[in-house]
Design a protein around this ligand. Sequence first.
Ligand SMILES: C[S@@+](CC[C@H](N)C(=O)[O-])C[C@H]1O[C@@H](n2cnc3c(N)ncnc32)[C@H](O)[C@@H]1O
Length: 268
Amino acid sequence: MLSALKKYLLLPKLVKLASNAPKDPGVAWDQYWGRVGATGARGDVLWDSGSDHELRAYLEHLTRQLDPSLPIVDVGCGNGVFSRALAAYFPHVLGVDVSANAIARAAAESEGLERVSYAAVDMTAPAGNRAVTAALASAGFTGEANIFIRGVLHVLKKPAQAALAGQLHPLVGKRGRVFLAETDFHGNPVQYVSHLGATLHSIPGPLEKAIRGLPMPGRFGTAQRRRAFPEASWDVVEDGPVTLETRPLKSPDRPEQIPGYFAVLQAR
Ligand SMILES: C[S@@+](CC[C@H](N)C(=O)[O-])C[C@H]1O[C@@H](n2cnc3c(N)ncnc32)[C@H](O)[C@@H]1O
């Protein structure tokens, strides 16, 4: 009991670390991506496990539920880990991110790869869908697209989640579908960071970088999806639990696992 309560002594440390993060989320993300060093299993980026294990679990849904003749847009692509992997399954992948630094990083990590392109777009902004349509057109694709989103909605506030969903609606049209996979950890921030290896004495480096520089994440499960993607506009084709993987934190080689939620959605 005492040791369970002891972890709450972490709270003041978390509050102090987070207190200097930029208040504007777009600025915070761009600053974060401008400062990170290496990516992958030994890198700085908390959510980049350096392995395709998590994607392989999604492939069953992606290949069964999404039209493989349509391009796919990786929304909030970060350094493009998933964009590059998706290129094996769709004719084109467009990775978009609010951070120009993330897009520069994704492009550099994808150099020489065909069928992948990137664009800096704020997908919560009213012109987000038009910017995506223009970027797809310059890659030679017009009409509907599929959408892939991993680990983005849970870092947005409720109005931004709804705004992003609204931008996706015209992009998917009749034939495209949205696949989303999000963190759905049932617990408070102290329990979350403890789950990822933070103790009173130390916080794993990639986790500390995220706490210091980024908006506080929440969770995105069925209730959050219902609110952001209302029934009047979206049909749920399939949904359920998934596991998201982070960079190894508590041991050198084994990614940490975060309980998550996935959904495949179709516009009404
Ligand atoms: C936790 S990271 C996940 C990155 C990537 N999806 C992955 O799984 O490797 C969240 C990403 O969403 C991006 N992002 C946050 N707000 C966004 C917005 N309004 N429009 C587009 N991207 C956004 C961030 O810059 C960041 O790269």
